[in-house]
Design a protein around this ligand. Structure first.
Ligand SMILES: Nc1ncnc2c1ncn2[C@@H]1O[C@H](COP(=O)(O)OP(=O)(O)OP(=O)(O)O)[C@@H](O)[C@H]1O
Ligand SMILES: [Mg+2]
Length: 326
């Protein structure tokens, strides 16, 4: 059975003018032990997707369509009480801003112990011991001492390790890591990614790895979903995506990143911006930034369809341009 299956997920935010879908028709699957990279520019809906899966979208946001099946169980229909029981052992999340998700006035050990106690049915002492053990597992030196620290006494990298310890405290089947390294400097980034990889292998977790960094995806992911304006526009295994990016947006992302093989000398920023969900153009949302757009692109949202075996793209012009011109 597929571990996590997301079907047609849509999440809308409402304002005075109506509702706008920040996530619209997102579908993907995640198998045990697999890493799916969810990639796209700022504002394309990655975090809202993650929060929707956890049922933690802040108001006025609301999941308005779709299904989230964890081992066949539909999460969107669960009573909140059962959902709360599932966050942790079923699915856990590392948030984009570690500082905002740690309580500044509680020792980090107590915060992890609290997470352990909610689900574990263990006493205070045992939960504290487990917290220290978890801090050691995520590579924090002298964990028994560090457990008594408050968040501000730790470096950014150490705080992120604390967040990871908390997220894995109930051995989740699915770990959602929302830009786990964006706020950190490059050497620390690499250490955190190595840590995530080691934990994933040890605990056989599946990971939804959210990033805007294709380099991170190349190193970590098995499959990749490229997101634009709330939709997945390309979806394939990591080799396919790097070998044969089909969607003009994916191709533009590659042209805008420092080259992995050192082939490209000039980087091209993608002109224009991700449209916000209240101001989406008709048809393909990428068309006003797309070098290949034609009048037809304005008429309908292109569906995400299989163009090559196990490789989907949402662009009506893929067949005419099978290769990236750059
Ligand atoms: N609480 C909210 N109220 C209204 N709109 C929101 C809210 N949260 C997110 N959005 C909108 O939803 C869209 C997607 O936002 P999201 O945070 O998912 O982007 P992202 O891909 O995670 O970007 P980043 O890489 O910057 O984290 C954006 O247009 C954003 O403005
Ligand atoms: Mg985000």
């Amino acid at each position: 059975m597929t571990l996590l299956e997301v079907r047609g997920l849509a999440t809308a935010f409402e304002d005075d003018h109506g509702a706008a879908r920040a996530v619209d028709g997102v579908s993907f699957t995640l198998e045990a032990g697999q890493v799916l990279g969810l990639v796209g520019e700022s504002g394309c809906g990655k975090s809202v997707t993650a929060l929707s899966l956890m049922r933690l979208v802040p108001l006025p946001g609301r999941v308005v369509a779709g299904e989230v099946l964890l081992e066949g169980r539909e999460l969107l229909a669960l009573p909140e009480r059962e959902m709360r029981r599932l966050r942790g052992p079923g699915m856990a999340m590392i948030f984009q801003e570690p500082m905002t998700s740690l309580n500044p006035v509680l020792r980090v050990g107590s915060q992890i112990a609290e997470a352990v106690r909610i689900h574990g049915g263990v006493g205070r002492r045992a939960a504290w011991d487990r917290a220290v053990e978890l801090l050691g597992e995520v590579g924090i030196p002298e964990p028994a001492t560090r457990a008594r620290d408050y968040p501000h006494q730790l470096s950014g990298g150490m705080r992120q390790r604390v967040m990871i310890a908390m997220a894995i405290s109930c051995s989740p089947k699915v770990l959602i890591a929302d830009e786990p390294t964006t706020a950190l400097d490059v050497t620390i980034q690499a250490e955190i990614l190595d840590l995530l990889r080691a934990l994933r292998e040890r605990h056989r977790m599946a990971v939804l790895l959210i990033t805007h960094d294709l380099g991170v995806v190349a190193e970590q992911a098995d499959a990749v979903a490229i997101m634009y304006a709330g939709r997945i526009v390309e979806y394939a295994n990591v080799f396919e995506i790097f070998d044969r990016p089909l969607h003009p947006y994916t191709q533009a992302l590659f042209r805008s990143m420092p080259s992995l093989g050192g082939r490209r000398e000039r980087l091209e920023a993608i002109g224009g911006q991700v449209p916000d969900p209240f101001h989406l153009p008709s048809g393909c949302a990428f068309r006003d930034r797309c070098p290949r757009a034609v009048a037809m692109c304005a008429t309908a949202v292109p569906p995400l369809v299989e163009k090559v075996a196990d490789h989907r793209a949402a662009c009506i012009r893929v067949e005419e341009f099978p290769r990236d011109p750059a």
